[in-house]
Design a protein around this ligand. Structure first.
Ligand code: FAQ
Length: 311
């Protein structure tokens, strides 16, 4: 009966067991997972753009090879996530159509420009660092296919984070103008990175229900705090300053206090008014249109092979 199915779902979530594609699940659980996983997948592929802008201008062959590999990894993460979302009964085409129509989101962070080479290092350190902090708990998400995709993604993200850190360290220890470029990149990426964790807990529409369902394991503010505490000593080692005069250790809390986030800016970026929203989405639509012949050719090839093996 329906009651039995629901009781089995609740019991599995309570016991920290995984929900699998063929298990019964509440429609709202399915819809919320599709929402979050689609947004996550879209972020991976839109997130290729800011760094890809620097592939042709990387300062050495070694840096170029590393950057190309990283951007390819991001495409791969998108594919794992679209596949995981397909297990919930939505096709990749459908999700991409919604992205292109502006009906599904991607992370606010990718609406900021990459002005200098140091931005590539700052993205690796801060953006991938924030992504890992947010995503490690998702490896224990109650939905099996999402949790398993996250394990592999997190391993690759931690490599990305380290390459960014190493690249930024090289600049920080370089010439005075290289150091200045690294500091400028950190100044511009710090606050948007803190916004990646989502709105404050009291304004987070989905957190309470997602935590009951064990999709999320920690609140937005908890993870944001964890990220700040991780970054402070890393900035010190880098010899760079985080652009927040209110950032200081709070002995009582055993955590850092930090300044107020500009939530007006966050809301504007979500509404489509960030510095690069227009550019990112039109580039994505163009790439999709220009890739139509590849999808058609692949479909025709698959159909030919299916006909052959049926004969
Ligand atoms: N940007 O109720 P909540 C990466 C939306 S990492 C845009 O708190 P929730 C790696 C939210 O969707 C980035 N929208 O929502 C990489 C909701 O709107 P909706 C991707 C945001 O889901 C690195 C509304 O605000 N990572 O790509 C943002 O409980 C370098 C209310 O928010 C993930 O997606 C935002 N920052 O918590 C790639 C991780 N924050 O859907 C390339 C998985 C919130 O009702 C290069 N996602 N919103 O229309 C999550 O963990 C969660 O979805 C949160 C938001 C924490 C992002």
């Amino acid at each position: 009966t329906a009651e039995e199915a629901e009781a089995a779902f609740d019991a599995a979530v309570a016991a920290d067991e995984r929900i699998e594609p063929r298990d019964w699940m509440p429609e709202a659980y399915r819809a919320s997972l599709v929402r979050q996983m689609a947004q996550h997948a879209h972020s991976e592929i839109i997130g290729m753009q800011p760094e890809a802008n620097w592939i042709t201008r990387a300062p050495s062959l070694r840096r170029k090879a590393i950057l190309m590999a990283k951007v390819q990894d991001e495409a791969g993460h998108g594919l794992y996530l679209y596949s995981a979302a397909e297990t919930l009964g939505t096709s990749r085409d459908e999700l991409l159509d919604k992205l292109h129509a502006g009906r599904q989101r991607y992370s606010s962070i990718f609406n900021y420009p990459t002005l200098t080479w140091a931005d590539v290092g700052a993205i690796g350190w801060l953006v991938d660092g924030a992504a890992i902090t947010n995503q490690v708990p998702l490896c224990r998400c109650s939905y099996g296919p999402y949790a398993r995709a996250m394990v592999r993604i997190c391993k690759e993200e931690s490599f990305h984070q380290r390459q960014g850190y190493e690249s930024l360290l090289a600049l920080s220890r370089g010439t005075p103008s290289q150091h200045e470029m690294a500091q400028d990149a950190v100044n511009r990426w710090w606050w948007p990175s803190l916004m990646m964790f989502g709105p404050p807990d009291d304004e987070s529409a989905h957190s309470v229900q997602s935590m009951i369902w064990k999709i999320k394991r920690h609140s937005n503010d908890e993870l944001r705090q964890r990220f700040v505490d991780i970054c402070v000593p890393q900035a010190e080692t880098l010899g760079l300053t985080l652009p927040d005069p209110d950032l200081k250790w709070n002995e009582e809390r055993g955590q850092h206090d930090f300044g107020a986030i500009d939530w007006t800016e966050f809301r504007e970026v979500l509404k489509g008014n960030g510095p690069c929203n227009e550019q990112r989405i039109s580039q994505r639509r163009r790439a999709h249109e220009e890739g139509a012949w590849v999808r058609e050719a692949a479909t025709a090839y698959a159909a030919k092979h299916a006909a052959k093996s049926a004969a």
